[in-house]
Design a binder for this molecule. Structure first.
Ligand code: GTP
Ligand code: MG
Length: 322
């Protein structure tokens, strides 16, 4: 069934003409991580244009979705074709949260022709980062100008996704325990713009000070990260935030940085996907399955140990390590 879907020329046509049902279906196929998705990608890749990718991350409840919604609306009002990818099971974009204000918030984007899609961060076959990259290719081929990717900055997989963005926006909130320290290691290094959201709460100055002192420690930057206070719910600070994001975009696209970033990400994607393909091929091969059950049996009988068993299994394709 999968192969027939992949060669469905009406689906390809639908994607390339930007049809939302076709794009949705294509994303579902790609998300499965199987051969059909790969075939689909192979057919639309030549039509990609280099969609602009904006990653938005931060702690749970920081206001990422509210902010994403506002940014998407601003971009749409500038005539851009915008997509939102929410990689997070707790995101309101999943439709899982039933709070009225969240639904209304999402509605404001959807009514403005913004495509919203959530991706389950668990249960995907293979890695989440390669899947996200492939979904972005579909959106790109479908003619979207910008994709906003919202992820909770808690897991390594999510950081990997944000790392593939052209611009990374990190959302911080005052008065939430450890402030900057609460961020997962690695996020500070990849942030291009910071939004200090919920600036209507107390502790904004303290957080700002703390952030600037941490930023001061990072040397040799081509780009000095911008910091902007926002109140996502009222829209206060949003025009300034848009300005900072645009400034970063101009900075990277007028230098080698954008090309370099994209090359790095492409190479990472190829590496991840190849690794995934190889490991799947290995574990599904009859030779491996046979060896696996033999090793399990030997382990049960205490005739081998796990380290030796893993070495034997690894040698199926790589040969003995030198
Ligand atoms: N007071 C205040 N509330 C805000 C602000 N921004 C967002 N909120 C509220 O904070 C709550 C969480 O906002 P979300 O946009 O869902 O936050 P999130 O970071 O996407 O949350 P998760 O995806 O669940 O991690 C909602 O009730 C928002 O209305 C703000 O600037 N000020
Ligand atoms: Mg959210």
């Amino acid at each position: 069934m999968q192969t027939s879907i992949s060669t469905d020329s009406s689906l390809i046509k639908g994607i390339l003409s930007g049809s939302i049902p076709a794009v949705s279906r294509a994303i579902s196929i790609v998300e499965e991580g199987g051969e059909a998705g790969k075939a689909l990608l192979a057919q639309v890749f030549s039509k990609t244009n280099g969609i602009r990718i904006l990653g938005i991350t931060g702690s749970p409840g920081a206001g990422k979705s509210t902010l994403t919604d506002k940014i998407a609306l601003e971009l749409a009002s500038q005539g851009k074709k915008v997509a939102i990818l929410a990689v997070d099971p707790s995101s309101p974009f999943t439709g899982g949260a039933l709070l009225g204000d969240r639904i209304r918030m999402v509605g404001s984007s959807e009514k403005n022709g913004i495509f919203i899609r959530s991706m389950a961060s668990r249960g995907a076959l293979g890695g989440l980062a390669p899947r996200t990259k492939e979904v972005i290719y579909i959106l790109d081929a479908a003619g979207f100008d910008v994709v906003l990717i919202e992820t909770v900055g808690v897991g390594q997989g999510e950081i990997e996704i944000v790392r593939t963005s052209d611009t990374v926006l990190v959302v911080l909130v005052p008065g939430m325990g450890d402030g900057v320290q609460a961020l997962k290691a690695g996020i500070l290094e990849i942030a291009d713009v910071y939004a200090i959201n919920k600036a209507d709460y107390e502790g904004v100055e303290r957080l700002e000070k703390e952030l600037y002192s941490v930023l001061g420690l990072v040397e040799n930057r081509i780009w000095n990260p911008k910091v902007q206070r926002t109140v996502a719910t009222t829209g206060s600070g949003i025009p300034e935030l848009m300005g900072a994001l645009q400034e970063h975009w101009i900075s990277i696209s007028s230098s080698e940085e954008l090309v370099n970033r994209r090359e790095r990400f492409l190479s990472q994607y190829l590496q991840d996907s190849t690794l995934e393909t190889i490991s799947r091929r290995v574990v599904e091969s009859p030779q491996f399955k046979e060896l696996l059950s033999a090793q399990v049996k030997l382990l049960k009988e205490k005739q081998t140990d796990p380290v030796s068993a893993i070495a034997v299994l690894s040698n199926v394709i790589t040969g003995p390590s030198k």
